[in-house]
Write a protein that binds this ligand. Structure first.
Ligand code: 9UX
Length: 72
């Protein structure tokens, strides 16, 4: 079962940043439908929480060089 999630991503200042965050999320298992918005400083995606946890997702974004917080 997959869930839709939105996350604020801080530190993106150009389209290259956007691609980095998108690739970081897409590299995770069962993370799909990744959209990253520079204007909204936000990532949205679907994921399977049984496979890829919130902690995995935050870690991947941080390893790419950005910080995140949940919008919920
Ligand atoms: Mo270019 Mo976006 O250094 O950080 S990738 S501004």
């Amino acid at each position: 079962e997959t869930r839709q999630k939105e996350l604020k991503v801080h530190g993106m200042t150009c389209e290259h940043c956007v691609r980095r965050v998108k690739k970081a999320l897409e590299s995770l298992p069962e993370v799909t439908d990744v959209e990253v918005s520079l204007g909204e400083s936000q990532a949205s995606f679907r994921y399977n929480p049984a496979i890829t946890t919130d902690a995995h997702i935050k870690e991947a974004i941080q390893e790419a060089g950005y910080t995140t917080e949940s919008t919920e």
